[in-house]
Design a protein around this ligand. Structure first.
Ligand SMILES: NC(=O)c1ccc[n+]([C@@H]2O[C@H](COP(=O)([O-])OP(=O)(O)OC[C@H]3O[C@@H](n4cnc5c(N)ncnc54)[C@H](O)[C@@H]3O)[C@@H](O)[C@H]2O)c1
Length: 306
């Protein structure tokens, strides 16, 4: 069995790729390295440095004839999506459409799509289940919602099997500290460089999910007989100020935070209900925040020492 992973050189992508290799799947990565590097791609993987938006993608599908597609490649910055909505659309909507057309043309067995909690917008109730109303607050969120709808219509019209996974806040080893997606990697980076961490607000809560649990969900979704849309989360809330406290404690750091007001547009509380994924995909989050943070710290400390 061969799986083509778009965005496979990225943070979540590399964890998925390692999981697939453990399962003896053949892996092909399509990634334009716009927010990643080739350095960590395992040797046994076939790698194409191209954009999923280009017609060249068809040649790769024709040559590799993958059985499955895991579609992770995206413009992931909310800020950039607001600055340049057209670029966000070309990547996240047109790029997804190009991937989908190739899935149909080459009779792919199933596509797994990385969506986001961002599709829900401001929560009307907690925990947010999959039936919660959707109100995207950024072009990034809108592009994820639109891509989801394209996938569902492709499935209706062309019998494409799919799982859409809506991730909460993913963290873990290898996350880029400069991407706005990763408050944990940003804090870690600041603390390891002996800087005072910048704390926007602090009382707001997020649902942090460890990246290996996410890779596990992607793998289970790939093999599952079911189609569907699933939250992938821990169904728990952590205050950002408490998260910082845990990191400082683990690193023995006494650098006091620089307090800033909550950023405009930041959601106050977020927690995703993961009951459906547990029931239908037989998945569960195996890492507590404490365990996940220790693994992440271990990795970052080593990387920082190099
Ligand atoms: N990290 C999170 O907390 C989180 C939360 C919700 C959803 N997601 C989604 O999960 C997916 C993976 O996110 P990540 O955190 O690993 O981000 P990442 O930036 O580390 O990975 C994305 C990868 O896609 C590649 N890429 C971007 N545009 C491309 C294009 N046009 N063609 C080919 N490759 C392209 C990048 O080079 C990168 O390697 C994304 O779709 C993201 O929206 C992530």
């Amino acid at each position: 069995m061969k799986v083509l992973v778009t965005g496979g050189a990225g943070f979540i992508g590399l964890h998925c790729v390692r999981k697939f290799l453990e399962e003896n799947l053949e892996v092909v990565i399509v990634d334009n390295l716009s927010s990643s590097s080739q350095a960590c791609i395992p040797d046994e993987v076939i790698f194409y440095n191209i954009s999923m938006e280009t017609p060249d993608l068809k040649m790769i599908f024709a040559k590799e004839q993958p059985d499955y597609v895991v579609h992770l490649a995206a413009q992931i910055s909310v800020k950039k999506s607001l600055e340049d909505p057209l670029r966000d659309c070309l990547s996240n909507i047109n790029g997804t459409l190009n991937v989908l057309q190739n899935c149909i043309h080459f009779h792919i067995k199933k596509i797994i799509f990385a969506s986001s909690a961002a599709v829900y917008g401001e929560p009307g109730y907690l925990p947010i289940d999959e039936a919660h109303p959707q109100n995207p607050l950024s072009f990034y969120a809108l592009s994820k919602q639109t891509a989801e709808k394209y996938i569902q219509l492709f499935s209706d019209h062309f019998d494409l099997d799919y799982c859409i996974l809506r991730f909460s806040n993913v963290y873990g080893p290898g996350q880029n500290a400069h991407g706005e997606a990763g408050v944990i990697s940003i804090f870690l980076n600041q603390l390891l460089q002996q800087k005072n961490p910048i704390l926007f607000g602090g009382e707001q809560t997020r649902d942090f999910i460890y990246v290996q649990d996410v890779a596990n969900a992607v793998s289970l979704a790939l093999h599952a007989k079911k189609n569907g849309t699933f939250n992938i989360s821990t169904n728990s809330e952590t205050k950002i100020i408490e998260l910082l406290d845990q990191l400082q404690h683990a690193l023995n750091s006494s650098n006091s935070p620089v307090h800033r007001p909550l950023r405009e547009g930041d959601i106050i509380h977020s927690r995703l209900d993961n009951t459906l994924a547990m029931k239908e995909l037989n998945w569960k989050a195996n890492h507590s925040l404490k365990q996940g943070l220790l693994e992440t710290i271990r990795f970052s400390t080593k990387a920082n020492a190099r």
